[in-house]
Ligand binder design. Structure first.
Ligand code: AMP
Ligand code: GLY
Length: 431
């Protein structure tokens, strides 16, 4: 057995910065490469220019650099079948891939697939029906009798934008028609799921599974809306906290028994190869957990609080995953409270400009700054995306963690810097 591993991490966001930070701490990590990475990931490894979905050039790179572990951070390469590509190739087969097969990635890649999967395995989720262009009229009829609000979802990947919560029939019909008939989300919207609206608080639960056993990672709650008190349009995520106060032992027992165990058992029964992270997007409806969505990867910005709270060697966990040794493994969690606050570009999630100089990072004390939409060049560190930096802090309580993140957020500057001021609002003791 190798005692150190060359690792290739795919992606370029805050999630990948937090993963790179965590991998770098492991004595089992030899060389770490990030494709394509960002302005911050180069502090933990070497950025390489390959795109995460360019399998052929990743293949060449893996062979030339003797890569032992491939960790896709984002869903695109997984949904496009990178695991199958590696396992079908004689020269790549020996590489540990931390991520599911294309079939497994359908849990995220197709909402119609994941809803049917949950139905087959009795996993609690919102009641639904799915329609396509052949059943378009039937879907319109169904919509007109549905209770409001009603949730309308494009089947495929739509970068988090394919979900509409409609409060009027007019809005519902318009969203449904735009998805199916006007191909608003291209192929992703050619099939549409119409589902019941669930009222409750959301949380994100993560496991790393070897296909049979799994370890539970720290749970988190993210704040998706741009505006304070959860108003305005959805974003990729404006901040997160971990742990989640209502996810106590009794609640997590229900999550394990009703959701995690049946999901992993279901994958096994259906002979779907799944070694990697499963992200359960859950909602707590009067103390009962329901699945809103599955993702086949870690969350962003959740990873920016989950990794700092994970008191384990991530490379060792991935190696144990490969060996099928996760059944008897527990992942220790740091008892502290963690929060992350995203600093975003002015205008995000709408249009925003890039290339703004970032300064003040050297003044930060007591927080970890995970870079997301940043780029470093001859002109120094500049913004290159909507979500720019995640400022993570750990403390004995959430108020202190937030105070540290907000204090440090003030010390960082770039033109148009914006953040939500109320991360963790429903769990705070102050105010
Ligand atoms: P998704 O892309 O499936 O995660 O949906 C995006 C967001 O829409 C979720 O994070 C929820 O806030 C909301 N959402 C999705 N489905 C439902 C539902 N059935 N009931 C209430 N809210 C939902
Ligand atoms: N924070 C939600 C996601 O990563 O999909």
């Amino acid at each position: 057995m190798a005692n150190s591993y060359n690792i290739l991490l795919l992606g370029s966001g805050g999630r990948e910065s937090a993963l790179a930070w965590k991998l770098r701490q492991s004595p089992l990590c030899a060389r770490l490469f990030i494709a394509p990475g960002n302005g911050g990931t180069s502090a933990f490894g070497e950025n390489i220019p390959q795109a995460p979905t360019d399998f052929e050039s990743l293949k060449t790179f893996c062979i030339e650099n003797k890569i032992d572990i491939l960790l896709p951070g984002n869903e695109d390469p997984l949904v496009a079948g990178i695991q199958d590509f590696f396992k079908a190739d004689e020269d790549l087969r020996h590489i540990i891939v931390c991520g599911p097969s294309k079939a497994g990635a359908q849990l995220e890649g197709s909402k119609a697939f994941s809803k049917k999967f949950m139905q087959r395995h009795g996993i609690p989720t919102a009641a639904y029906r799915s329609f396509d262009k052949h059943s378009f009229e039937e879907g319109l009829d169904w919509l007109s009798q549905h209770l409001l609000p009603v949730v309308i979802k494009a089947d495929g990947l739509a970068a988090g934008k394919g979900v509409i919560i409609a409060y009027t029939y007019e809005e519902a019909r318009a969203a449904y028609t735009a998805m199916i008939q006007e191909a608003q989300f291209g192929e992703a919207g050619s099939r549409v799921v119409i589902e019941e609206f669930l009222m409750g608080i959301e949380l994100s639960v993560f496991v790393l599974t070897d296909g049979e056993g799994y370890v539970l990672l720290p749970e988190a709650k993210d704040y998706k809306r741009i505006g304070e008190q959860d108003t305005g349009p959805n974003t990729g995520g404006m901040g997160a906290v971990s742990p989640v106060p209502f996810a106590d032992e009794a609640f997590m027992e229900k999550v394990i028994e009703k959701i995690i165990d049946p999901t992993i058992h279901g994958l096994q029964l259906e002979r779907i190869t799944y070694q990697g992270f499963i992200f359960f997007g859950l909602i707590n409806v009067h103390g009962e957990p329901y699945v809103i969505e599955y993702n086949c990867r870690m969350g962003d910005p959740e990873t920016e609080v989950v990794m700092p709270r994970l008191d384990e060697d991530l490379v060792a966990l991935i190696v144990d995953m490969e060996k099928g040794k996760l059944s008897n493994r527990q992942a220790r969690q740091k008892p502290q409270q963690a929060c992350t606050v995203m600093l975003v570009s002015e205008g995000y999630p709408g249009e925003y400009s890039k290339g703004k100089a970032i300064s003040g990072l050297e003044k930060v004390e007591g927080s970890l700054v995970f870079q997301a939409g940043t780029k470093s060049g001859i002109e120094g560190l500049v913004t290159s995306g909507g979500r720019v930096l995640a400022v993570t802090s750990l403390a004995e309580n959430l108020d202190d963690a937030l105070a540290t993140s907000y204090r440090n957020a003030e010390l960082i500057s770039f033109e148009g810097k914006h953040c939500r001021r109320d991360i963790g609002w429903e769990f705070r003791k102050e105010d």
